[in-house]
Write a protein that binds this ligand. Structure first.
Ligand code: CA
Ligand code: CA
Length: 427
């Protein structure tokens, strides 16, 4: 019934907008589906149904920024179908957001480490003006999603330049949408971040903050036509205008991330944003399965505190700026099984795992194809331990049970390449 209703709504909309004939098939058929039973951590607790209980008035098609923001607000059950490309900047440029007191040239002059030093973060009128500028952009591009919501993409649906925020909400499904390039016009300079300082940006494509029971499925995430390689160096460091692809932070819990295509992006998925024990303890339980991580540089994922199940994912590494894939952070318990790694150039299997103050990770059934050679089984923890210290325990201390299927690693490239990403759901 619900499927027919959505098909009818969508068909009527497409016809009225001249996009389709009345006999069009049933686009958006998948928008009414709840998360299947047992499909990862989001199936625990109350389960994840999104907006599948929506009444007829709360099944809507949105085509622009204002319609999207209005449709996803509030906690009433609702199904929001995204049609076409939505530009969250709405045609505004960085110059439009800039505060009268902000000027990049003046900012660079004032906070050059040769002038400002490296001991403290920038303060003063130019930094204040940067913060005001960033606030204006944030008000434009952020989309606050309420509880009991399904957001689903119709064929070709794309959200450019936006940050979907799931803050202190529950029961949300995001499916079949291409997310690109949430570029921050006003990166912050932090000379105390790392040995050489870093430019950091504010906007993830999707942020889960204190969010519970969320299913992120069959989406695509990338920097779009604005790659990091196109950005300049300032103070000898990359001017990083992007933050996470889909970060899961601040006590978020019971999340399934399946069949997504993450590609051409740097900081992919932070699970837990602070080493300080607090709301994250006992939370941040996330399942990642059948995702593609292709030419993402780090955090696929980087985990603190959570029990995170990472199985049947395809990792493709060809970018020379690759850092690592799975980050083992404070109190993390990653259980990685039957993942397939394609490592180009001189990337070693030992570099797939990175120590971030964690102590343990299960990584079994991994297949690694390195330098174009045939895939072979690799004990990733043993490889890491042989190359680096401190050694990690090969036992995450728990065993996942919330899985619907576990493919052999050798099948992962074919399964993922023929099913992950927005286009495989939208068609
Ligand atoms: Ca972030
Ligand atoms: Ca060692």
């Amino acid at each position: 019934m619900r499927g027919r209703l959505i098909a009818a709504v969508v068909a009527a909309t497409l016809v009225s907008s001249g996009l389709a004939a009345p006999a069009a098939a049933s686009p958006g058929w998948f928008a009414c589906q709840p998360l299947p039973a047992n499909d990862g951590w989001a199936a625990a607790g109350a389960g994840t149904t999104g907006g599948s209980a929506a009444d007829d008035e709360h099944v809507v098609v949105v085509r622009d920024r204002a319609e999207l923001i209005a449709a996803v607000a509030g906690d009433v059950p609702k199904i929001v179908l995204v049609s076409g490309h939505i530009d969250m900047n709405g045609g505004l440029t960085c110059a439009d957001y800039a505060d009268p007191g902000y000027d990049l040239g003046a900012f660079l002059a004032a906070y050059d480490p040769a002038v400002w030093g490296r001991a403290t973060k920038p303060t003063g009128p130019l930094e204040d003006a940067r913060v005001r500028s960033a606030r204006r952009q944030g008000e434009q591009i952020r989309v606050n999603v309420g509880s009991n919501t399904t957001i689903a993409g119709l064929r070709g649906a794309r959200i450019d330049g936006g940050n979907l925020l799931l803050t202190n909400v529950s029961n949300v499904i995001v499916r079949g949408i291409e997310f690109t390039d949430a570029a921050d016009c006003f990166p912050a300079w932090d000379p105390t971040d790392g040995e050489a300082g870093n430019w950091n940006s504010l906007y993830d494509l999707v942020t889960l903050s204190g969010a519970t029971n969320v299913w992120i499925d069959h989406n695509s995430f990338s920097d779009g036509d604005n790659p990091d390689s196109a950005q300049p160096l300032y103070f000898g460091r990359p001017y990083q205008v992007h933050d996470g692809a889909s970060d899961i932070i601040r006590g978020s819990d019971l999340v399934t991330v399946s069949y997504n295509d993450y590609h051409h992006h740097d900081k992919t998925m932070l699970i837990g944003s602070t080493d300080t024990p607090g709301v994250d303890v006992g939370k941040l339980r996330v399942t990642l399965h059948h995702n593609r991580f292709a030419d993402v540089l780090q955090r696929a994922p980087r985990v603190r505190f959570g029990q995170v199940d990472v199985y049947n994912n395809l990792f493709v590494v060809t970018d020379e700026n690759y850092s690592y894939s799975i980050g083992v952070g404070v109190e993390s318990a990653v259980y990685a099984q039957n993942n397939f790694f394609v490592l180009g150039g001189d990337v070693a299997a030992a570099d797939v795992i990175r120590y971030w103050k964690g102590t343990r990770i299960t990584a079994i059934g991994s297949l690694v194809s390195a330098g174009g050679r045939l895939p072979r089984p690799v004990d990733l923890v043993a490889a890491y331990n042989a190359a680096y210290d401190p050694d990690l325990s090969p036992d995450a201390g728990w065993t996942p049970t919330l899985r619907r299927r576990l493919d052999p690693a050798v099948a992962v490239p074919l399964v993922v390449l023929t099913s992950a990403g927005a286009r495989h759901l939208q068609r």
